[in-house]
Design a protein around this ligand. Structure first.
Ligand SMILES: Cc1cc2nc3c(=O)[nH]c(=O)nc-3n(C[C@H](O)[C@H](O)[C@H](O)COP(=O)(O)OP(=O)(O)OC[C@H]3O[C@@H](n4cnc5c(N)ncnc54)[C@H](O)[C@@H]3O)c2cc1C
Length: 377
């Protein structure tokens, strides 16, 4: 594929090289497609480089059973994805799914969690969505290092975590070995549908392709309307604290605390609606740290070595958007706030569907058309 040429050597261009674009590109290439990724430069907002690395199922999908099942399915497929990445990239992404906990620091919190889990459970069956509500004693039996302030927890055997930087690297390595043409510093400014294909333009020139997948994170909001799609995503800021490395003491991930395979403890991850502001703020960090120390008092003895914030890619209802353009066939959009959890589905299920030319009916619930329902008067 050459710039300024209407002919293309790639079958598909993926716009965005984050964990979502990387996973889609790998799935496309594994099924024989010639793929180019156009990715913005270092100035870009990159949710994939600042995430908490959970493969998380419990608490996902209240209000959208399809999403709960989609998350569960991806968690189940993660073993296969880890093997694929090992095989294709020669990298171990430290995948582990020993089950995850949500620790509660008051009876009120535990009661709220119990109600949420019950409502989720009412959407589906227990077999599909296993979980346990544990009191302090049972939580302590399973997690001996918890502090006295932990009144109980919710446990689900489905949850797990990975090393997200290794995941990102493995996706890049595997796509490269599959011949995917990754082009950094190529910001797509416009997409023009013409002659049954698409012309992508930017400072890099012009590239023509028959199919395009928008996986540009927050950039999708601007790009989608150019090909008859809608991706009304907004930033949701999350802050994370990382401690120095310490001896392994925490096998299971929590929704706000996990020990990485390298020994550091990650404490996360707040949710703030602050536009594109990525400033790390003491007030939020101190609340996160205080709660973490109450959960695991031994954390008080560890030095903090790093803090950061990153912007989640959030749709109006928090659920993914998977869509295909009706007015411009061959254009797709893929966006979500849980690109680690859903990576297995993206590589193994969604990418082959995109390559086949149409998303299956089973993914219809994820169309952005759900935002276009007229309000009742
Ligand atoms: C604090 C935090 C914690 C998180 N924790 C978890 C977690 O525990 N588990 C989980 O599953 N997920 C988690 N996530 C989400 C995860 O990181 C996913 O990456 C996220 O869903 C979005 O990934 P993405 O690839 O769509 O977006 P990004 O990582 O933002 O990637 C988008 C890419 O598109 C490029 N781009 C944008 N516009 C253009 C353009 N016009 N032209 C070319 N390229 C463009 C950018 O350069 C960027 O590389 C977390 C996210 C945050 C911020």
């Amino acid at each position: 594929m050459t710039a300024h040429s209407p002919s293309s050597e790639a079958d598909i261009v993926v716009v965005g090289g984050g964990v979502v674009g990387g996973a889609i590109a790998l799935g496309l290439a594994r099924n024989g497609a010639r793929v180019t990724i156009l990715d913005e430069g270092d100035v870009a907002f990159r949710a994939s480089r600042g995430n908490f690395a959970l493969i998380w199922v419990q608490s996902k999908g209240l209000g959208m059973p399809d999403y709960a099942m989609w998350s569960r399915r991806s968690a189940e497929q993660w073993h296969q994805l880890a093997a694929v990445l090992n095989d294709e990239a020669g990298l171990d992404v430290a995948h582990s799914q020993p089950g995850g906990f949500m620790l509660c620091l008051s009876e009120g919190e535990l009661e709220q969690r119990r109600k949420t889990m019950q409502r989720l459970h009412n959407q589906m069956s227990l077999a599909e969505f296993p979980y346990e509500i544990l009191d302090h004693a049972e939580t302590r039996r399973r997690l001996p290092d918890i502090g006295p302030d932990v009144v109980g927890s919710v446990y689900s055997p489905l949850d797990g975590h990975v090393n997200s930087l290794k995941l990102f690297r493995a996706l890049r390595e595997a796509t490269q070995r599959r011949g995917v043409d990754y082009r950094p510093n190529c910001t797509v400014e416009s997409i023009v549908p013409r002659d049954g294909g698409f012309f992508l333009r930017g400072a890099f020139g012009e590239i023509a392709t028959a199919k395009v997948v928008l996986a540009a994170g927050l950039g999708n909001a601007r790009l989608a309307p150019m090909v008859g799609l809608d991706a009304p995503v907004k930033p949701s800021k999350g802050q994370i604290i990382v401690t120095e490395k310490t001896a392994p003491f925490l096998h299971n991930p929590m929704v706000t605390i996990r020990q990485t395979d390298e020994g550091g403890v990650m404490i996360g991850d707040s949710q703030e609606d602050r536009g594109f502001d990525t400033v790390v703020g003491q007030p939020i960090l101190s609340v996160m740290a205080e709660r973490a120390v109450r959960m695991f008092p031994r954390l008080a003895g560890l030095n903090v070595v790093r803090t950061w914030s990153a912007l989640r890619v959030m749709s109006p209802d928090g659920f993914p958007i998977y869509d295909q353009s009706e007015s411009c066939p061959g254009a797709f959009v893929v966006t979500c706030h849980s690109g680690v959890t859903l990576a297995a589905n993206h590589v193994l299920t969604l990418a082959p569907a995109i390559l086949s030319g149409a998303l299956p009916e089973t993914l219809a619930a994820f169309s952005a058309r759900r935002f276009h329902v007229p309000a009742h008067s």
